[in-house]
Design a protein around this ligand. Structure first.
Ligand SMILES: Nc1ncnc2c1ncn2[C@@H]1O[C@H](COP(=O)(O)OP(=O)(O)OP(=O)(O)O)[C@@H](O)[C@H]1O
Length: 775
């Protein structure tokens, strides 16, 4: 069950305000005395005192709210008016608990927004942000179902409400996707979502933009109806100043302050104007005059404060005078600002401003058990988020299939293109023994054809032999890039080799020289030259072995004095695919998870949906968990597919336990997801997230021993590599795949531990960033 059922609070509010039903304005104190009336917190839906809010650095602050006071009585419609950019949205964000003031206080429905047990943000509030903040892929009904679920409504209640709202707001059928609606219709759906759960406080940021005059009137009539019994309070911003004539009270905002905060009729009467726009203009002129006046007072007070030691009394008088003047201005502008800096102003004038009871009203002390306080999530929130995430995936099925299939495509690409030995390499051959004629493929024991036997072994390794008449033309071929190396045989190669084999130690030097194959390689490509050297050596070993077996030659004299026996781990001829596969599998899963998670979170945030959900009472941790649950399923599937393709289809060497291999891959994906959360928390746009993800990709890949063994790195890089998220897990994966080591081996379990540590680091960082990254 939700903690704050709307009906429960509605009941409470109406019980508390039996004297505030219809005709709120008429029942208020006379207009002239309203300014000085002390509304107790019990009667206030919103109370803002000395609000100060700035953006930017302290050295160059952009002050948005400058000592603003605001009082919204319960059960009224409060029109918040002001020029574009004056700070209305900022003020509303502070009221709903999404931004923090730099100084001052806000009380909403009896509690401080964001404090435990205040219910704000939460279902006590209905918030319609300025942007549409809806999922375009969802239908109107699904949109309502989502917000209904968040607010703890059951499906029947939602259906009932949808029917009413569709009719009332003249919306198309509920099965229409939001993205196919006109701009005005989308705004009305957004409005409907805010109204859905009968909140106590309705905050509407420009709900009538793009709405025709008839419907606009209908919306206002509905707001009047909602506030009729005093159970609902509405704060509304609009650019159509004159439509707020129907509001019970309006606050005219300018330069971070309120020019006035009164009922529209009172304002028109007081300033003797025909329209509220004229009142606004008049007050702006008065405010400008006031500023000039205050600036001259400031000049006086500065002079007075400058001589405190010699003349303390005038300074005190001057301070008193500024308070008096501020007080006067306060009355004039419905505000309490003064030209002295905020901290000084607060202490000097606190007596005049602080005319509001400070005790916490009963509804703020909503009892919450320790269990409730420690709960990481609420089940109906999680249900709504998971349902929404799956629905979003279903609606974007083509994108999702691409995302699911991407890692498989990548591992297929890797296995088909990386790590196989190069073949078809051209070698320039100068064979004086056969007068530079092409050798027939042979392993005959004819003495004159020993060079041909060796060349035959090279050809068996799928390299291409091109014959040249002399060394000079062979070198030219290498220099022109037409061959990777040149091989030259002397005219009496076979005889010399035979003699060397027969005579062993006593072979004369000139015979040894003639029995040597001279090789010149193009070493510009390290991988090719290394593998070519290996092929030439192995070809010679096979050639010598064949000679010994078929021609009864003693090959000891030409055999390599070092013997490599059967390897302890790995195949006799290791391949690069086996070396790179562990790192590549983990990298693919890690970075796709980063992209998927950060992308999903940023889309949600930039379209305003995250903000709206958070105002509905969903916590950052719940949003995170909602994504973890849905994306974990995708990621587990991706991981299993990648492992299956690597081990079964492409037969990558595996000596280990598949369970642990899969588990490590899934944990690495989870780690990537958590990193994705961090990326989405510290960046504002998809572009910056892409830069950050790409920027971290290369260092991680380069330093984690995926491309090159960590053992070969510079000492500093080695230390850095040690702590990176993929280094230990890659080593662990390699130990399992290539050596078949169990989880009990340190190099295996350290990989698991390192991944778990990184998961907790990323998760904690993102939770902290979500919690504390408020404007
Ligand atoms: N996150 C932010 N960082 C820096 N400045 C900001 C930020 N958000 C808003 N501002 C600035 O604060 C000022 C007030 O913005 P706000 O959105 O509150 O105005 P508004 O009165 O709601 O305007 P409008 O009626 O056009 O929606 C603007 O100058 C805006 O550029």
């Amino acid at each position: 069950m939700p903690r704050y059922h709307p009906d429960k609070f509605r009941l409470k509010s109406s019980m508390m305000r039996p004297e505030m039903p219809m005709g709120l304005i008429e029942r208020r104190p006379p207009l002239e005395t309203q300014q000085s009336t002390i509304w107790t917190r019990r009667q206030q839906a919103v109370c803002v005192r000395r609000a100060y809010k700035k953006y930017g650095q302290s050295s160059n602050p952009h002050v948005i709210l400058d000592g603003l006071n605001m009082t919204v009585p319960k059960g009224c419609i409060y029109g918040l008016l002001g020029a574009s950019g004056c700070g209305k949205t900022t003020l509303l964000s502070c009221i709903v608990g999404r931004r923090r003031l730099n100084a001052g206080e806000i009380w909403v429905l009896g509690g401080k927004p964001g404090s435990t047990g205040s219910g704000v943000p939460g279902p006590r509030i209905g918030y319609m942000p300025q942007e549409i903040a809806l999922y375009g892929e969802f239908t109107i009904r699904e949109t309502m179902q989502f917000f209904g679920m968040i607010n703890g409504m059951n499906p029947e209640q939602v259906d009932e409400k949808i029917e009413f709202l569709l009719k009332f707001l003249q919306l198309p059928p509920a099965s229409r996707p939001v993205k196919n609606l006109s701009g005005g219709q989308q705004r009305r759906v957004s409005f409907a979502a805010a109204l859905l759960h009968n909140p106590e406080l309705l905050i509407l940021d420009e709900p009538t933009v793009g709405v025709d005059p008839v419907l606009r009137q209908g919306i206002w009539d509905h707001l009047v109806h909602l506030t009729k019994d005093g159970g609902t309070t509405v704060i509304i911003t609009t650019h159509y100043i004159d439509e707020t004539r129907q509001a019970h009270m309006i606050g005219l905002m300018r330069g971070g302050k309120f020019l006035a905060e009164e009922s529209p009729t009172s304002l028109l009467h007081k300033y003797n104007c025909q329209s509220l726009e004229d009142v606004f203009l008049k007050l702006s002129v008065i405010q400008n005059r006031g500023k000039r006046r205050r600036s001259s007072i400031l000049h006086d007070i500065t002079a007075a404060i400058a001589v405190p030691e010699t003349s303390p009394v005038p300074a005190v008088e001057a301070l008193n005078s500024i308070c008096d003047n501020t007080s006067e201005m306060s009355g004039e502008f419905g505000d309490s600002i003064s030209p002295v800096p905020l901290s000084k102003r607060m202490s000097i004038c606190s007596m005049q401003v602080n005319n509001v009871e400070m005790e916490l009203p009963p509804e703020a002390n909503i009892k919450m058990s320790l269990f409730d306080r420690c709960k990481l999530y609420q089940s109906h929130h999680m249900r709504a988020l998971i349902w929404k995430n799956f629905l979003w995936m279903w609606r974007n099925v083509a994108v999702m299939m691409f995302i699911v299939g991407l890692p498989v495509a990548q591992i297929v690409l890797f296995c088909l293109s990386i790590g196989k030995d190069p073949y078809g390499l051209h070698l320039a051959i100068v064979n004086h023994e056969t007068n530079n004629k092409t050798c027939p493929p042979t392993d005959s024991c004819e003495l004159t054809q020993l060079s041909c036997q060796y060349l035959y072994q090279i050809e068996l390794r799928r390299q291409v032999l091109d014959y040249f008449d002399d060394e000079e033309s062979a070198f030219r071929a290498v220099k022109l890039g037409k061959a990777w190396g040149a091989l030259s045989f002397t005219s009496n190669y076979s005889i010399s080799l035979k003699e060397r084999m027969d005579e062993g130690q006593s072979t004369p030097d000139f015979v040894i020289d003639d029995s040597i194959v001279s090789i010149w390689l193009d070493e510009s490509n390290q991988q090719i030259s290394t593998l070519l050297r290996r092929d030439l050596l192995f070809a010679f070993q096979d050639f010598a072995t064949t000679l010994a077996a078929t021609c009864n030659f003693s090959t000891k004299a030409v055999a390599n004095p070092i013997k490599f026996n059967r390897p302890i781990y790995g195949p006799f001829i290791p391949n690069f695919t086996d070396f790179a596969a562990p790192g590549v599998i983990l990298t693919i899963i890690f970075f796709l998870a980063v992209a998927l998670t950060s992308g999903a979170m940023l889309i949600e945030r930039n379209e305003g949906i995250l903000e709206r959900s958070l105002v509905s009472g969903i916590t950052g941790i719940e949003v995170l968990l909602g994504h973890v649950v849905c994306q974990l399923l995708i990621m587990v599937f991706q991981s299993l597919m990648v492992i299956a393709f690597a081990l079964i289809v492409f037969d990558i060497t595996n000596e280990g336990d598949v369970f642990w291999i899969c588990l490590l891959t899934i944990l690495t994906g989870l780690c990537g997801m958590c990193f994705g959360f961090v990326v989405s928390c510290i960046t504002d746009s998809e572009r910056n997230a892409t830069y950050l993800a790409m920027g971290s990709f290369l260092p991680i890949v380069m330093l984690c021993g995926i491309i090159w063994p960590v053992e070969g790195m510079h000492a500093t890089m080695k230390s850095l590599s040690f702590i990176l998220p993929l280094t230990q897990s890659t080593e662990s994966m390699r130990s399992m795949l290539a050596r078949g080591w169990p989880i009990t081996e340190p190099s295996v379990y350290i990989g698991f531990c390192s991944t778990l540590i990184w998961i907790s680091v990323f998760l904690t960082s993102s939770i902290l960033l979500i919690k504390f990254k408020k404007g």
